[in-house]
Design a protein around this ligand. Structure first.
Ligand code: MN
Length: 337
């Protein structure tokens, strides 16, 4: 990691205008990462812009300057781009808007912790053992000699809280707790982070989670499965972001192998999220059957289509050309009544 840190520091030191990029559907880790970098590099007299294709959800707006994210930019104007917490370049979604953005004209520092990361950067700081991208960024900022302010510490702590489910996921290690402790010592506001991330829930979200709980079943294969349809979202007046965390919440049924939450999104896709508490289940492998990916214990996929209930819930693919992603014939996701 030292060599990559050194290369990244050199790139930053020789750049004036730097663009920080969060991944699409931003979460506390990618936002906290950008905020920490923003404060560190602004204090270093750099001209910093933060960008994300999607709006920053209100629950993360407690972080100062979280309102400064822009959605569009001219990347040719920048000396350097730093992409935080994106498991692949397409996770930024900017490859659609700006086709050649990652072709190397502007150097890219890719800082991430997903096993799926394809090293799309000029410099790749990828540590799949890190619980959050902010843990790696914290190490980097310390290495590069930046002062950690309370605002930065709160952003970095947000990433750890977000990705460990407030220290409840398997990825919580002695190192995670050690860094979290150091961030608190730097003035990171634990109570503010946990209040916004885990103790603030609008009525629409509670209603939506009610649907998740109500639809939950365990099939013969020991799979806990729940579904949320477009209609559920409409009736609860909730949007897709509000489902975030629900799959972790239902991943608690005794004697199950893993948990699946299927939902329809507003773009005509079915998304699946997998979680397991078992050591001998590889969800990345299961998700890859549906063209998805992730980690061993947390994975997901997206297929164009909708959910339809016959006797069992199944995915109806939108186009036959995606035939190979059909889950017909595969029993894993079926929910026996
Ligand atoms: Mn992350």
């Amino acid at each position: 990691m030292e060599a990559q840190f050194q290369q990244a520091k050199r790139l930053i030191d020789t750049s004036e205008k730097i663009l920080l990029i969060a991944h699409r559907k931003p979460d506390g880790d990618t936002i906290g990462s950008c905020i920490a970098f923003y404060h560190a590099l602004t204090a270093d007299d750099k001209e910093i812009t933060m960008a994300c294709v999607d709006e920053i959800p209100s629950r993360y707006r407690y972080m100062p300057d979280s309102d400064k994210f822009i959605q569009e930019f001219n990347y040719h104007e920048y000396d350097l781009m730093i992409v935080c917490d994106a498991g692949a370049s397409y996770m930024t979604n900017y490859h659609e808007k700006y086709e050649d953005i990652f072709d190397g004209e502007v150097p890219v520092i890719n800082i991430d912790h997903h096993a799926s990361n394809d090293n799309f950067g000029t410099v790749n700081i990828v540590d799949t053992m890190a619980a959050s991208a902010t843990m790696i960024i914290y190490r980097f900022l310390r290495y590069a000699g930046y002062d950690i302010t309370p605002l930065m510490a709160t952003g970095l702590l947000t990433g750890i809280y977000n990705d460990t489910g407030s220290f409840m996921h398997q990825n919580t290690t002695p190192e995670t707790l050690k860094i979290a402790g150091e961030l608190v010592a730097y003035g990171g506001r634990v109570r503010e982070v946990s209040r916004h991330l885990f103790k603030t829930t609008p009525v629409s979200t509670l209603k939506l989670w009610g649907r998740v709980l109500n639809n939950l079943k365990v099939n013969k294969e020991g799979v806990a499965l729940s579904v949320v349809t477009k209609r559920d979202f409409d009736e609860c007046d909730a949007d897709v972001d509000e489902l975030s965390g629900a799959v972790d919440f239902i991943n608690c049924v005794p004697k199950t192998n893993y948990t699946v939450l299927l939902h329809e999104d507003e773009k005509g896709n079915v998304k699946g999220s997998f979680r397991t508490r078992k050591e001998d289940v590889d969800l990345e492998e299961i998700a890859s059957k549906f063209g998805g990916g992730g980690h061993k214990k947390a994975a997901g996929f997206t297929v164009p289509g909708k959910l339809e209930k016959e006797v069992r819930w199944k995915i109806i693919p939108a186009h036959d050309k995606r035939k190979h992603r059909s889950i017909r014939g595969k029993s894993d996701l079926r929910l026996s009544e």
